[in-house]
Design a protein. Structure first.
Lengths: 191, 350
């Protein structure tokens, strides 16, 4: 009996330990970036009877399609990312790092590189530029890998009373988490 | 001895008893009373031993019922797995993050315990299959939802976890379906890792069929070179490897844009069409020689799909539709005639 259950139990234990340690490592120490976004940039996803969680979805006007943040890259950046510029080459997308600029109501991809450190050196303002993982394509498109954010229970009641601001931190692994949601014109709620 | 071997022995005993009765009725053979009693006692002891260890079918009616029960078990397993997954989604918003994570960790462990309990009481192993599928749904929910809660970046490593879990459960409880699922996930993981290692985006590994073709062929060879009797899942390795390899060859034979080769479109399509026909033909021959029934079926299916795809590409655009289907029908009739001849030759060799 022990021999039968041991391996699947070990698989669960190792997988969960790795994921939770990774999440903890991401949030340990000083975050790579800390930015405040508005309820126009991070909108509350539609509430569903089948999914009781409340989630925030990335939106940015014309650049956002179904909550996915797209941008465009110039030919020079594409070459720097390792794309072959010759016509007719059958290339897959490449996983890269993107710099997103948070400027007032705007949230857009402004730069990309293979190395996050290089990108951060080019955009050192950690309150204005976010470094996040992205997928670049040979035709110049780039898609930020920013998932929908699950809202902790303590903030959920604020989502039904927009406008609000969302303070996000991006950790060592360039993965975001919600630090605070503050209703506009009312005292802040912090976790 | 596994269930299929026990079932085969029970079937042989039934066939032997029936044939012996027919021979005695026709006066060809007659056992004396002592021999008859010895034989009957031996068979009775053997049948009792086999049926006490395995859930076996005694006759065609029971066999049909077993097939129906297996189909119901698969439907039940899928439905219960979906139910568990959707239940998490229904309730997780009501829970604090620490409770969400705790529940997600405990769920697959409870699934493993349920599978172990089912294996102790269920000789038919249908409930073991259902419990294993529920456990698998729990590990899928575990990895995907913990990743979602902490906004973690996607990676092919999730496929590795699911593959390892499915293989572990499949090997522990002798479940071919779980092993087959684990192998498919392992192919997806290795393809994703290979594409990522070459600078590509891992989630686009589906757009590089050559990568999974190579892995599938390795799996096929691994299943073919190991002796079947000592390795319970050798045929599962062969069937999964062959299926994935044929699908990859078929896709590459119709869409050269997915190839990593820097050849012309015509050269790529022609290469993989020929590759597909050669693989299907070799597998049919190998299957006939080694009693690998699934190999013969899969090879024949692959051959037919490749052939009719080629017909469609050659003729559909310019040929009248009635003539196209006439040719397709005549080819099918021709294949029946060829296969009948092969069947007759096989009977002579046997």
């Amino acid at each position: 009996m022990m021999r039968r259950v041991l391996v699947p139990v070990l698989v669960v234990a190792i997988a969960d330990a790795v994921m939770l340690l990774s999440a903890a490592a991401n949030r340990a120490g000083q975050p790579d970036a800390r930015v405040t976004l508005t309820s126009r940039q991070l909108v509350s996803a539609p509430v569903s009877a089948r999914n009781s969680a409340r989630e925030l979805r990335w939106m940015n006007g014309v650049d956002a399609l179904h909550g996915v943040l797209f941008g465009r890259l110039d030919a020079g950046t594409l070459t720097a990312l390792g794309f072959d510029s010759r016509p007719g080459t059958r290339q897959l997308g490449r996983r890269v790092f993107a710099a997103l600029e948070v400027d007032g109501a705007r949230l857009q991809i402004v730069d990309a590189a293979l190395d996050a450190e290089t990108l951060r050196r080019s955009h050192p303002d950690r309150g204005r530029y976010v470094v996040a993982r992205a997928v670049a394509y040979g035709d110049g498109r780039i898609r930020a890998l920013l998932p929908e954010l699950v809202v902790p229970r303590g903030f959920v009641h604020l989502l039904d009373r927009p406008p609000y601001t969302v303070t996000l931190a991006f950790g060592r692994h360039y993965e975001p988490w919600i630090v605070a949601i503050d209703p506009v014109d009312t005292p802040a709620v912090r976790q | 001895m596994d269930t299929s071997e026990a079932q085969a022995r029970l079937d042989r005993i039934g066939a032997f008893t029936g044939e012996l009765a027919a021979l005695e009725r026709d006066g060809v053979l007659s056992l004396d009373e002592a021999q008859r009693r010895t034989l009957a006692a031996y068979h009775q002891r053997l049948v009792s031993d086999l049926t006490s260890h395995f859930d076996l079918d005694r006759g065609e009616a029971q066999r049909q019922m077993s097939l129906s029960m297996r189909a119901a078990a698969i439907v039940g397993a899928v439905a219960l797995s979906a139910s568990v997954y959707l239940f998490f989604y229904r309730i997780w918003g009501l829970l604090a993050t620490s409770v969400q994570v705790s529940l997600l960790i405990v769920a697959p462990l409870a699934g493993v315990a349920l599978t172990e309990v089912a294996s102790r009481f269920d000789k038919s192993r249908l409930f073991v299959l259902i419990a294993a599928c529920v456990a698998f749904a729990c590990i899928v929910a575990n990895v995907s939802m913990i990743g979602h809660i902490f906004a973690m970046t996607d990676s092919p490593d999730a496929l590795l976890v699911w593959s390892a879990f499915a293989l572990a459960i499949g090997y522990a409880y002798g479940l071919r379906l779980a092993v087959a699922g684990g192998l498919v996930l392992a192919i997806a993981f290795l393809a994703g890792r290979t594409v990522a290692a070459t600078g590509g985006e891992w989630s686009q590994a589906g757009r590089r069929p050559e990568v999974w073709l190579a892995i599938a062929l390795l799996l096929l060879v691994a299943g073919a070179v190991r002796p079947t009797k000592r390795w319970l899942f050798a045929s599962t390795y062969r069937n999964v490897g062959l299926s994935v390899a044929l699908i990859a060859l078929w896709i590459l034979s119709i869409n050269a844009d997915l190839s990593a080769l820097r050849w012309s479109e015509t050269a790529i399509k022609a290469t993989y069409q020929i590759g597909g026909f050669v693989l299907a033909g070799c597998v049919i021959m190998l299957g006939l020689r080694t009693d690998w029934t699934e190999g013969v079926y899969l090879g024949a299916l692959g051959f037919i799909v490749l052939l009719y795809t080629k017909f469609f590409q050659w003729w559909w655009d310019w040929m009248p539709a009635y003539l196209f289907f006439l040719i397709v029908g005549l080819v099918a009739v021709g294949m029946i005639l060829v296969l009948r001849r092969v069947r007759a030759l096989a009977a002579v060799v046997a």
